[in-house]
Design a protein around this ligand. Sequence first.
Ligand code: ADP
Ligand code: MG
Length: 279
Amino acid sequence: MEHIHLETKNLSFTYPDGTQALKNVNLQIRKGEKIAIMGPNGAGKSTLFSHFNGLTEPTSGHVEVDGEKIVFERDQLLKVRQKVGIVFQDPNDQLFAPTVKEDVAFGPMNLGLEYEEVERRIKESLEMVGMAGFEEKTPHHLSGGQQKRVAIAGIVAMRPEIMILDEPTAGLDPEGVDKVLHILNKLNDEGISIVISSHDIEMVNEFADKIFVLYNGEIIAQGNKQQIFSDRELLKKAHLKAPVTTEILYKLKENGMDVDTEKLSIEETVAEILKNKKD
Ligand code: ADP
Ligand code: MG
């Protein structure tokens, strides 16, 4: 029995100016999955994410968390927002307190937890993201990567079951990207379902189990990495690029080499080429 953690049913959303940002989106996320929502700028990724914990009310259709429809009433929304934590793309939209510590404390304090428990969670979540020791720093004085990790800590401190991260690696240097991916994998190992949005195919190749392709407000494809990355027409339509490994294998195949174009990691790709060399 697979537990459906988060689901949208015929979700559509139109902004007040008439922009139809989501069109009949149906997706299911199972417990413990690592999901990437891929799509170019303007596809509707951020709009979709703002529906996942009831920040935005659908124009039609609805969202379900653990099989329960999100109802737009205060108490219900508080429960949903504890279960589904969102990390915004821009840390400036998230970090506002004068110190890192106060920022991370904000969520747990709003849950009405006791002082000792709040302290414990601050310590635990800053350690989890590798930011212990920065408690008294001003968030605005941190690097982009550090701000991102503090923003993640603030959500981790709420102990969510599902974490939604909007373009979590955008603008980070390679080491920053690796650090964020490492944190997300650790959280996932603890059983938290993770949903990210991105148009960075190499990062998604490294991270995700499953991909949904969002284009012009619609889910135009879903599948595992092999299925999505080997569908070059789909990628072209969605203004995405295949990973470099896939491109290399396709070029070799076009040049008459008998390679499997669905290999994704660098190791697998190299093995595929070497195997051919021997034949
Ligand atoms: P993405 O995150 O994939 O880049 P968005 O969800 O931000 O896409 O935007 C989806 C569409 O909705 C785009 O056409 C965008 O211009 C439009 N949009 C986003 N925010 C607003 C808004 N506040 N008012 C009107 N249109 C908006
Ligand atoms: Mg966006």
